[in-house]
Write a protein that binds this ligand. Structure first.
Ligand code: MG
Length: 399
């Protein structure tokens, strides 16, 4: 390290925000084939005035974090966040204290469009101020509304919208956060609010309209389109790859009065033997999804020797496989299930099966195929000894 003061970055990625939809926190969802958080971090990694980056994560997200930051430089080991954003920032600042950077930029994980220009403008302002934030003057006219009725038009002069990064002299903001925690002040929504409360001198520098915080599923879609080079017609450049997994399963008949196939209970003169609900079709499909993302097989995830799966509904297994697909940043494109038996008849239940799979996979029915065949009296299914099923699943995954 040279004599130049080291600038650190603290990225707050501990949130579980669900407004963007999906099974994953939005900072781990892909835009343009890459996790939002990775894209955000790359903007700081590539800025030479930044020496170290500390990310604050949720304790459940360690594996996601490791996957999405593979190969990135300048990163300290992540630390776990607290109950609120404010608490998470304070914990991150304490982790950075060992390195004691001259300045720290605090940034939202969900603002992946921050630029080197904005980063440098905030750092430059710290030469003359305790703190500085990227912000934009309010352009729209502001209305006060109550019960959907306008009650006032507010003057917008001097009003700015706060973005991040928000930069500070490191020890100054560290002390301000510690003091706020000691005073029991827990409702600050950003770090300059903490700084203002502590009486610090904070400057505003020009942010950009592009530097938005991805909040809703619409924001995510627009960001993905922007980075994927998607056109209005929906075509796109190749930043994804497609993979197909297959699955196969057999269950023997036993005494009983119904069988469960694709989550639908069908009256029959026999039942199916198995540790769980013996839904042979869902088992084959679960294996197909696991195969598409190379996550082993159903037996490895749900060992028959484990009593907790006795009588378990197979939708639990299928939902878990879908979650593993989502955790890889992949999306299910299509599934196709074939049920092989002489009886019962599948046709009358096909639509109910597609609806059930649609519900469990959170996938449109137009992407779900269920069909059936017999083996013309041949083999174990032909002899009516049991039911077999095979499945294929196609997933779209960031290349
Ligand atoms: Mg099975």
């Amino acid at each position: 390290m040279g004599a130049a003061p080291q600038n650190g970055v603290l990225v707050v990625a501990a949130g579980r925000g669900s407004r963007a939809g999906g099974a994953l926190a939005k900072q781990y969802q892909p835009i343009g084939g890459q996790a939002v958080l990775r894209r955000t971090l790359e903007q700081f990694v590539s800025e030479e005035r930044i020496g170290m980056i500390q990310v604050v994560i949720h304790p459940d997200d360690s594996e996601l974090y490791e996957n999405c930051t593979e190969g990135l430089g300048k990163l300290n080991p992540p630390v776990f966040g607290g109950e609120t954003r404010q608490a998470s920032v304070r914990l991150g600042l304490e982790a950075l204290a060992a390195e004691n950077p001259a300045n720290v930029l605090i940034h939202d994980a969900a603002r992946p469009f921050v630029t080197g220009d904005i980063i440098c403008a905030v750092l430059d302002a710290l030469e003359a101020h305790d703190g500085a934030l990227a912000a934009l003057p309010v352009a729209d006219t502001l209305k006060q509304v109550a019960d959907s009725r306008i009650t006032a038009t507010l003057p917008r002069d001097n009003l700015w919208r706060a973005q991040t990064p928000q930069g500070f002299r490191f020890q100054v903001i560290r002390k301000a956060h510690a003091k706020a925690a000691e005073a029991g002040k827990t409702d600050f929504t950003d770090d300059t609010a903490v700084a203002e409360w502590a009486g610090l001198d904070v400057a505003a520098v020009m942010g950009s309209e592009a530097n938005i915080k991805l909040t809703t599923s619409e924001d995510m879609r627009m960001a993905d389109d922007k980075l994927s080079g998607k056109t209005a017609a929906g075509s796109q450049t190749g930043t994804y790859e497609f993979r197909t997994g297959t699955g196969y399963d057999v269950h023997a008949f036993t005494a009983g009065s119904s069988v469960t196939l694709c989550g639908v209970e069908i009256p029959h003169s026999l039942g199916l033997k198995g540790h769980s609900d013996a839904d042979v079709a869902m088992h084959a499909l679960t294996d197909a999804l696991l195969g598409a993302v190379c996550e082993g097989d159903i037996g490895a995830h749900f060992p028959p020797s484990d009593p907790q799966w006795k009588g378990a509904p197979s939708r639990t297994f299928l939902a878990r496989a879908a979650e593993l697909v989502a955790r890889r940043g992949a999306a299910i494109t299509h599934v196709d299930v074939t049920i092989i038996c002489e009886a019962p008849k599948i046709g009358p239940h096909r639509e109910a099966m597609r609806a059930k799979l649609s519900e469990v996979l959170e996938l449109d029915k137009s992407r779900i195929s269920v069909k059936a065949t017999t083996t013309e009296g041949l083999g174990y299914t032909g002899r009516r000894e049991g039911i077999a099923a095979q499945a294929a699943a196609t997933v779209k995954l960031p290349a």
